[in-house]
Design a protein around this ligand. Structure first.
Ligand code: URP
Ligand code: ZN
Ligand code: ZN
Length: 471
């Protein structure tokens, strides 16, 4: 077992920042101690790997609670990052845990969906990973199957109020899953957009010949995200279950979450970097490939009403608890399938590598504090999805998932330098300051001084505990 000591850095946890050294034994952190402590002096005299982090932040590895690697979105389009390339790209950006999804398509059984997704990921990942269950077919048997999943370490389910032809659940189905979650302690995650109303708007737009990419946004108005978020919250209250709204994009939805939290409800929400930085006017409303590259659901929102500022504020007030990526990239060939009809475009974009850096710009711009950065990118997602104590924290006993983050490195995001397996970048040309310099996963280097030294088999499947949803 290798013993390592990280010296000279500033250790940043969600609750505390200190000039401390971090002692690692094998896969675990065994001490976060003062540089002049006896433990450090003894360690320095032994056979030990010393990592100098002077002038750098020493932070818990990022936890990305929402990614879609090699997801067959349509018969023609599978998201372009595999478990291998996507987890490597995540590591390059300072993320050491990802949670993807096993998807139960309508007419299929949950155990098979889970088994095949586990087989796809096994032996491929450079960092630790886990799976939520996406439920596409709530019926008698799937309710029985879901109840048993907690013992397999699957303690969260995603339901959809959107996508009526594929993943949609009606309110009764949603309520039944939430009632099960209330009993088991599992977390219900919700894609909250009113898909029935959206489909009417889409058909009307198509009949009028409005098929450019901006119509993807115009037919999914923020009111229909707000409405669905409100409905999901009421159903969760009736069921007595905690609720987690995924990829929240609009002020309308944020207001609903804020009201519920003000009432003391166990309602949580994540937003994603694309909603904090990209907009309908500037990015989605472009002709040709430039527009369709920016199609994701919920859509990029208009910046006219201060939407991005409101989301940053939500991160400060804790009405938004988490930033995940919803990473789901498609290469131009797949995006071009919808260049003449936005409805044919596979939804999603690539961001897994840049989440930590993009949110660190929020620290630099005084939108969020350094500790809040760690909290929303790492500590809270770990806690809400049953990884508390293991991930998202630098403390004795936790997994040694640690990033040495250099706050002074300047770099420019783009397709020629990123490690995501996608042939363009929606972040092309964006200059940022701050970069993960070295990344450890369970005590092993995955990135050392900006060199990839990991391997595909290192990442382990994480069986997750019951989440800790109390506010
Ligand atoms: O556009 C998106 N978000 N693609 C991924 C699927 C989803 O709904 O999360
Ligand atoms: Zn979704
Ligand atoms: Zn998603």
């Amino acid at each position: 077992m290798t013993t390592r000591l990280i010296i000279g850095g500033t250790v940043v946890n969600a609750t505390h920042t200190s000039l401390s050294d971090v002692l690692i034994d094998g896969e675990k952190i065994v001490g976060v101690v003062s540089p002049d402590s006896e433990i450090v002096q003894t360690a320095l005299r032994g056979d030990i790997d010393i990592i100098d982090a002077s002038g750098k932040y020493v932070i818990p590895g990022g936890v990305d609670a929402h990614v879609h690697l090699q997801l067959p979105m349509t018969p023609q389009a599978t998201s372009s990052d595999s478990f291998e390339s996507g987890t490597q790209a995540a590591a390059w950006g300072g993320t050491t845990t990802v949670i993807d999804f096993a998807g139960q398509i309508k007419g299929t059984a949950i155990p098979e969906a889970l088994e095949s997704r586990l087989a796809e990921a096994s032996g491929q990942c450079a960092i630790d990973y886990s799976l939520h269950l996406s439920i596409g077919d709530v019926n008698k048997q799937s309710l029985i199957d879901i109840a048993g999943l907690v013992d397999d370490g699957i303690t969260s389910y995603k339901l959809f109020m959107a996508y009526p032809d594929a993943w949609y659940s009606d309110d009764g189905q949603i309520l039944q899953v939430m009632q099960l979650a209330a009993e088991s302690g599992a977390m219900t995650m919700m894609h909250a957009e009113n898909g029935i109303a959206i489909d009417v708007l889409r058909d009307q737009a198509a009949e009028r010949g409005n098929l450019g990419s901006v119509w993807h946004g115009r037919t999914r108005p923020p009111e229909l995200e707000g409405e669905a978020t409100h409905r999901a919250i009421q159903l969760a209250i009736v069921a007595g279950a905690p609720l987690y709204i995924v990829h929240l994009s609009s002020t309308n939805a944020l207001r609903e979450v804020a009201r519920a939290r003000d009432e003391g409800r166990n309602v949580f929400a994540e937003t994603c970097p694309q909603y904090l930085y990209l907009s309908l006017e500037e990015h989605l409303d472009q002709p040709g490939i430039d527009g369709v590259r920016h199609i994701c659901s919920p859509p990029l929102r208009s910046s006219a009403d201060g939407n991005q500022d409101n989301l940053w504020m939500g991160l400060r007030t804790d009405d938004l608890s988490v930033v995940a990526t919803d990473h789901c990239p498609f290469c131009d060939a797949e995006k071009l399938l919808g260049v003449d009809d936005f409805r044919e475009t596979p939804n999603g974009l690539g961001v897994i590598e840049h989440r930590m850096d993009l949110l660190f710009q929020g620290v630099r711009n005084n939108e969020i504090s350094l500790q809040r950065w760690v909290e929303i990118c790492s500590t809270t997602p770990a806690r809400l999805f049953g990884l508390q104590g293991r991930k998202g924290i630098i403390t004795s006993g936790a997994d040694a998932d640690i990033v040495i983050y250099n706050p002074d490195t300047e770099h420019v995001l783009g397709a020629s330098s990123h490690h995501m397996d996608v042939d363009h970048s929606v972040w092309e040309g964006m200059a940022v300051k701050g970069q993960a310099e070295s990344v450890l996963s369970r005590g092993n280097f995955v990135i050392r001084n900006r060199e990839f030294v990991g391997n595909a088999g290192h990442g382990k499947f994480l069986k997750r505990a019951i989440p800790e949803p109390l506010r």
